[in-house]
Design a protein around this ligand. Structure first.
Ligand code: RIB
Length: 307
């Protein structure tokens, strides 16, 4: 099933630091790299490297040539991307010695979508396939409603969480992808172990993938609930690990894999991703993921079913 990802594309300016900046502090970084990123672009690359057919749609700015090239090089269909005047989406990312990041995001042209443009994108994509979304573009509520009206299942990664998510009708979402912080923001405050139940109680028809950072991930479809831990690997840079997880999990779901297998594959892919610097470029191809799963080198934890 082909995927329409109407999502962000960012140039990531990644600075190596020994520790994150404190308020009022000025200090020299230890290095700068420019990478292709954006939650949208990263998830398109992850889905295509996993084996999906992906159409990416959205707006890049004057500086977005490298983003278009990156998507094309990876085999993503870019017919629905438009280049417009002005500064495109970009970030300033600090990566510390532990491989953790903090990200300052400038939306740029990612946030200049119009309803006419969105309608045109859906017309061109057609009525078959699935829609993958994140929260780095404007008009997200309209995009979700349009996908639903046209009968296309919606996979929403609600990151980064902000007030736009509260304007979305999440009852129209087939799969919601959230981390524990985002998940908790959507329900009454609760313990980590209760997030999945609380989300299901609020949105009974929605399937959920809940990522839990160092504790792994859980998913729920109807009454089926599974959880998995993480692989123990040396972390270079966690940027795009969540996007890799989403793209691989989505591939598994759309290709009829059992949920435990979707979790295992996504866990292996994101473990490989964190061992490399950068965003889109750090996403592994399916062949490498499968090979490492077969070799057992990542020691992927067992999937547990919640009874
Ligand atoms: O999820 C990682 C991404 O978040 C980065 O590539 C950055 O562009 C931000 O969108």
């Amino acid at each position: 099933m082909k995927i329409l990802n109407l999502g962000s594309m960012n140039v990531d300016n990644v600075y190596q630091v020994d520790a994150f900046l404190l308020p009022g502090e000025t200090k020299l970084s230890q290095g700068l790299n420019l990478f292709c990123g954006g939650k949208g672009l990263n998830q398109s690359i992850a889905a295509v490297r996993a084996g999906s057919e992906v159409w990416h749609a959205g707006l890049i700015g004057e500086d977005g040539g490298m983003l278009l090239d990156k998507l094309r090089e990876n085999g993503v269909n870019t017919d629905l991307i438009r280049q417009v005047p002005g500064k495109g989406g970009h970030t300033v990312i600090q990566v510390n010695q532990q491989g953790q990041n903090c990200i300052l995001l400038y939306g740029g042209t990612n946030r200049q979508l119009t309803t006419e443009l969105i309608d045109g994108i859906f017309d061109a994509f057609g009525g078959e396939g699935a829609v993958l979304l994140q929260n780095e573009v404007n008009l997200l509520p309209y995009i979700i409603e349009t996908a639903h009206r046209r009968g296309l299942p919606v996979f929403l990664n609600a990151a980064p969480m902000d007030e736009q998510i509260s304007e979305c009708d999440l009852n129209l979402v087939n799969w919601l992808i959230v981390n524990e912080v985002e998940g908790r923001q959507l329900v009454e405050d609760c313990a980590e172990s209760e997030i999945l139940d609380a989300l299901s109680a609020k949105y009974p028809k929605m399937n959920i993938l809940l990522t839990l950072g160092g504790s792994g991930a859980m998913c729920r479809k109807g009454n089926d609930i599974y959880s998995i831990g993480i692989c123990s690997v040396d972390v270079v840079d966690t940027t795009a690990a969540g996007d890799t997880f989403s793209g691989y999990f989505l591939y598994g779901v759309l290709n009829g894999l059992e949920l435990p297998e979707c979790l295992r594959m996504a866990t292996a892919a994101s473990a490989l991703c964190v061992g490399r610097a950068g965003a889109a470029d750090s996403v592994p191809w399916l062949e490498e993921v499968k090979r490492t799963m077969e070799e057992g080198t990542l020691h992927i934890p067992a999937v547990h079913e919640k009874i």
